[in-house]
Design a binder for this molecule. Structure first.
Ligand code: S3P
Length: 418
């Protein structure tokens, strides 16, 4: 593919940055992290770690973390995790096996999200988590400094749950074996290795951590967030002949299923890896085409979880019926993403049906201008900004600023898609 457009970069990967900051905070020594995104979610993690007594400074383009060696201190007031599910759930895991009592809280959206999914597996370490009556935040973590290694089955296909358990295993005494739904993004496993933590899969596929282990400080580059890049790539994919090139973007195999989805829709996709390291990265170019509908099978959902509303938007440009099923998890994201997606899609003329666990979009839509209720959900806002641009209709977002949790300069970046 001859790409004629100038390459775009996207903010550093949110998932990687949360984990790198937490590991650096627990480490012995000083870690230097480059390309840490300035989105509000990652700032929530930095604020939380500072509240636990960790020194974090920005020096030029580096975030410098003076590791605590595990000696965190409990703040007197609740820690506000903002809108960030990864912050609150992973931090609960970090705190589960330390001898502190800490209250974790968040904004209205985070307070509506399920937390039993972490409280139940962390109980295996003797940790008591007092949830609100609805099973949500705010909640109190009574960490157990004398936790013993545990056998824990992850029953929700969620990298946040898996990672909470792995972080808890770091502080426990003895062997922990983590089994169950482990085929989700593997940043925690990769970064454990980068920070000198031994964590290996045994012959039956369980993740094994012998605790306690203290991470060793590391210097790390955070590649661009492929889930943010997805919006720019989709904006090109939906318009025949349009082109987007994103460079320096993460190419972790557990995160790039969306590239194949774009190909199945009929777009041209070229991927060039430039760097290995714990988190591979490179350049992705997409050229748009007349799209045809695709079906996303339930087994694909964990690898596409953040891209599903965007796939729904692409379905509106594609000939035929695009179906997503097995995705009930969408109902407990920053918003109920089946409902918010459907309402927004209908507002611009898209015909679709919703199910308990997904949706079917009939394309190509006869788009018209419309006003979108984002429910403060960054991925809904970006998906429909993409729809507006690709369909050349006026899309009025009720809360365009909500993109700041993951992609503060999104609007300017979208303008670079030619
Ligand atoms: C994330 C995992 C996903 C994803 C979220 C970030 C992570 O959530 O939706 O944006 O960093 O582990 P689940 O693991 O709950 O599916």
């Amino acid at each position: 593919m001859t790409a004629t457009t100038p390459p775009i970069t996207v903010p550093g990967d949110k998932s990687i940055a949360h984990r790198a900051l937490m590991l650096a905070a627990l480490a012995r020594g000083t870690s230097r992290l480059r390309n840490v995104p300035a989105g509000l979610d990652v700032l929530s993690t930095q604020r939380a770690l500072r509240a636990l007594g960790v020194t974090i400074a920005r020096e030029g383009d580096e975030v410098v973390v003076s590791g605590s060696g595990g000696a965190l201190v409990a703040p007197d007031t609740p820690i506000d995790c903002g809108n960030s599910g990864t912050t609150i759930r992973l931090l609960a895991g970090v705190l589960a096996t330390r001898g502190l009592t800490v209250t974790l809280d968040g904004d209205g959206s985070l307070r509506a999200r399920p937390m039993r999914r972490i409280a139940a597996p962390l109980a295996a370490f003797g940790t008591q988590i007092e949830l609100s009556p609805r099973g949500t935040a705010p909640f109190i973590v009574h960490g157990n400094a004398h936790a013993r290694g545990a056998e824990v089955e992850v029953v929700v296909p969620s990298a946040q749950v898996k990672s909470a358990v792995l972080f808890a295993a770091l502080g426990a005494h003895g062997r922990s074996r983590v089994t169950g739904q482990l085929a989700t993004r593997d940043h925690t496993e990769r970064l454990f290795d980068a920070f000198g933590i031994a964590c290996a899969a045994d012959e039956r596929g369980a993740l094994v951590v012998d605790g306690p282990q203290t991470p060793q400080a590391a210097d790390l580059y955070v590649p661009g967030d492929v889930s943010s890049a997805a919006f720019l790539l989709a904006a090109a994919a939906a318009v025949p002949g349009a082109c987007a090139v994103v460079e320096d973007v993460g190419l972790n195999p557990t995160r790039i299923a969306f590239f194949d989805v774009l190909r199945r829709f009929g777009a041209e996709v070229e991927v060039r890896a430039s760097d290995g390291g714990p988190e591979p990265r490179g350049r992705v170019a997409v050229r748009g085409a007349a799209l045809h509908a695709i079906v996303i099978a339930p087994g694909e959902v964990p690898g596409l979880i953040d891209e599903l509303p965007l796939i729904g938007v692409l379905g509106a440009f594609a000939r035929g019926t695009t179906v997503v099923s097995g995705a009930a998890e969408l109902r407990v994201k920053e918003s109920d993403r089946i409902e918010t997606f459907a309402r927004a899609a209908r507002a611009i003329g898209v015909e679709l049906e919703t199910f308990d666990d997904g949706f079917a979009v009939h394309g190509p839509a006869r788009f018209h201008d419309g006003a979108i209720v984002t429910a403060g959900d960054h991925r809904i806002a970006m998906a429909f900004a993409v729809a507006g641009r690709a369909a050349e209709i006026a899309v009025l977002l009720d809360d365009p600023e909500c993109v700041a949790v993951s992609f503060p300069n999104f609007t300017a970046a979208l303008d670079c898609v030619a």
